[in-house]
Ligand binder design. Structure first.
Ligand SMILES: Cc1ncc(C[n+]2csc(CCOP(=O)(O)OP(=O)(O)O)c2C)c(N)n1
Length: 629
């Protein structure tokens, strides 16, 4: 007996099922997909607004292209929830972003329809071009399509990809998903240029005239319509000045309505077999179909669990987040120092700089999704005596390693790096965990690296970092709420390279960094119940180390445990080991706790930390084991 299907979505096990549907059925399917996305994200959080905006696009791409033979590559991957629902993940979609569940981004290990792993922006054109080049080398003949948002198009890597694609001339389609938004309003000359493309009155007048004319000529048939459409395309190229994409070697099509199935499918079929690089400009509405997300797309870009009926978020954090504390301290410090400037790479809300931007608009720079540029731009400001604070998530700062080395540290320029989301970030998973920064930064000469043990210390550190004139300072703090300490009324400087002993004990010492200071103190209490007394030291400087305390510790204890929320390779513990070796203090046993040499999966931060023994239980058990108790 034929299985009764309650919804169209229930009947889609793969894109092959999709291709049997009529346009009116696709319209219903879009609504069902939106409903499913809103329900699941409202329970566990996720990238709602980007994915709601790309529902018709995902349908049309899988409808027109022969996926998975044809390769569809999503930039960032945060807008690909409809793609997931259409490609065999309908029944696991409710596990989105959870421990052991499906990823919030595209992941090759998850599905053959996920062509390239992503999470960071602006990679799709380069990876698609590589795949297209491999196809041609191997004499194969599938299509390659990259979908990139207007925000992600502001990244330098996207331009490097476009530039190379134009030169290579391979068959490649780039779909520009333009909603005029990055997380906040998109910024920059290219964004303005694209808005000009859409709103050019001459072009739009022409377009209306042509459609009115062909409408009246209904009897003339498809051939004339196609001809007129071609005429329209070339007229547009002619009329719209400075056609950037055409100059880069792409044939430009659009802009078209990204929520109109008929237009999307028709256009994609039309351009599908064209030779050479093609750019299709598609206009979408971020948050489409969910009132609250349409009204406030920034809030719903990436959101935690929320109330579906009214769009409210019911989170009651115990303490203000490190991000909030940083944002307030920036305003406070900039009020008394006119040289302080703030830089964000399209993350003004995420890094807590919105209030700074409102209060000091002239001293606030949102440079777009352009971390490399952000760092070198900061270096330029520092050259002229300004005190730039570049606030960048740890994971995205990875992009700018060479700029930090070559443009900042080598010249000893006093740029402050405010590195948010240092450590595990939780549900966004391995693309977003910020667990390499301590290793990455401590190897760079001239660099000061610090991490606060609580949110108040972050404020004093920021003051210290801005005050320090001799070179760059990196200040790294975790995602989420602070530990709930009172905030001191006056900010003071913390002497460079000094640690703080928080607790004295005779059996061993725990050297803890940043987010691990609190669990280390709690571990000490647990250990005390087992009659093991340990010292706990807040190692607030990862570089330079407090060599006085280190020598003292080495002379007093047979066991020293280091703990950090960073990969063990080359991290803080490694720095302590190096010191012991250099000083000939190898008799002290150094036990290093931190993250292992593998990528850590997604899951809530607390669960992951506990699985990795980076909590009070884990630390105390490890020390007991090492001490043979
Ligand atoms: C290198 C990098 N920097 C920052 C981010 C954070 N981020 C994720 S999505 C996004 C905005 C992307 O805008 P757009 O490409 O237009 O897609 P939309 O969300 O508007 O659909 C940003 C800044 C990132 N993923 N990668």
């Amino acid at each position: 007996m034929k299985k009764l299907m309650s919804t169209i979505l229930e009947s889609i096990d793969s894109p092959a099922d999709l291709r049997r549907l009529s346009i009116p059925e696709l319209v219903v399917l879009s609504e069902e997909i939106r409903e499913r996305i809103i329900s699941v994200v409202s329970e566990h959080g996720g990238h709602l607004a980007p994915s709601l905006g790309a529902v018709e696009l995902a349908i049309a791409l899988h409808y027109v292209f022969d996926t998975p033979r044809d390769k569809v590559i999503w930039d960032v991957g945060h807008q690909a929830y409809a793609h997931k629902l259409l490609t065999g993940r309908r029944d696991t979609f409710h596990t989105l972003r959870q421990c052991g569940g499906i990823s919030g981004f595209c992941k090759r290990s998850e599905s053959e329809y996920d062509v390239f792993d992503a999470g960071h922006a602006s990679t799709s054109i380069s990876s698609a071009l590589g795949i297209a080049s491999a196809r041609d080398l191997a004499g194969e003949d599938f299509k390659v399509v990259a979908i990139i948002g207007d925000g992600s198009m502001t990244g330098g890597l996207a331009f490097e990809g476009l530039n190379n694609a134009g030169a290579l001339g391979r068959d490649l389609i780039v779909v520009l998903n333009d909603n005029t938004m990055s997380i906040s309003k998109n910024v920059g000359a290219i964004s303005t240029y694209m808005t000009d493309l859409i709103t050019n009155p001459l072009y739009n007048r022409l377009k209306v005239d042509i459609w009115e004319l062909t409408g009246k000529m209904a009897s003339v048939g498809q051939r004339i319509r196609t001809l007129v459409a071609r005429l329209e395309e070339s007229a547009k190229t002619f009329l719209v000045p400075g056609m950037v994409f055409e100059a880069l070697g792409f044939r430009y099509f659009g802009p078209i309505d990204g929520h109109n199935h008929t237009q999307l499918i028709k256009t994609l079929k039309h351009i599908k077999n064209f030779k050479g690089p093609i750019l299709l400009h598609v206009l979408t509405k971020k948050g489409k179909g969910y009132k609250f997300a349409e009204e406030d797309a920034s809030k719903f870009h990436g959101i935690g669990a929320f109330e579906k009926l009214n769009g409210t978020v019911n989170a009651h954090p115990k303490a203000p987040s490190y991000t909030e504390i940083f944002g307030k301290a920036m305003v406070q410090l900039a009020a008394s120092n006119k040289k302080v400037v703030a830089i964000t790479a399209a993350m003004s809300i995420g890094t807590g700089l919105t209030a700074f931007g409102k209060r000091f608009p002239d001293r606030f720079f949102d440079v777009g999704i352009a971390e490399q540029h952000a760092v070198t731009f900061a270096a330029g400001l520092a050259c002229q005596g300004y005190r730039p604070v570049a606030a960048i998530y740890s994971t995205f700062l990875q992009r700018a390693f060479d700029q930090i080395v070559h443009d900042v540290a080598l010249q000893g320029l006093p740029v402050v790096f405010a590195i948010d989301r240092g450590g595990l970030v939780g549900e966004d998973g391995p693309t977003h965990h910020g667990v390499l920064d301590l290793s990455m930064l401590r190897q760079i000469p001239n660099m000061i690296v610090m991490a606060p043990g609580n949110e108040d210390e972050l404020r004093h550190m920021l003051k210290t970092a801005i005050h320090y004139e001799e070179g760059p300072v990196a200040l790294r703090y975790p995602r989420g709420p602070g530990v709930g300490v009172p905030l001191s009324s006056r900010l003071h400087l913390i002497k460079i390279g000094t640690w703080e002993t928080l607790r004295q004990g005779s059996d061993a010492a725990i050297l803890a960094v940043g987010s691990m200071v609190r669990p280390a103190l709690e571990a000490a209490q647990l250990l005390s119940k087992n009659s093991v007394e340990v010292s706990v030291i807040n190692c607030r400087y990862i570089k330079p180390l407090d060599t006085n305390i280190l020598r003292d510790v080495a002379s007093r204890y047979s066991h020293v445990l280091t703990v950090e929320e960073n990969i063990l390779n080359g991290g803080f513990g490694a720095a302590v080991l190096e010191f012991m070796e250099t000083e000939g203090l190898e008799e002290t046993r150094v036990i290093r706790m931190g993250l292992p040499d593998r990528f850590i999966e997604q899951g809530s931060r607390n669960v992951l930390l506990s699985q990795l023994e980076l909590d009070e239980q884990g630390i105390s058990s490890r020390l007991l084991r090492e001490l043979g108790k």
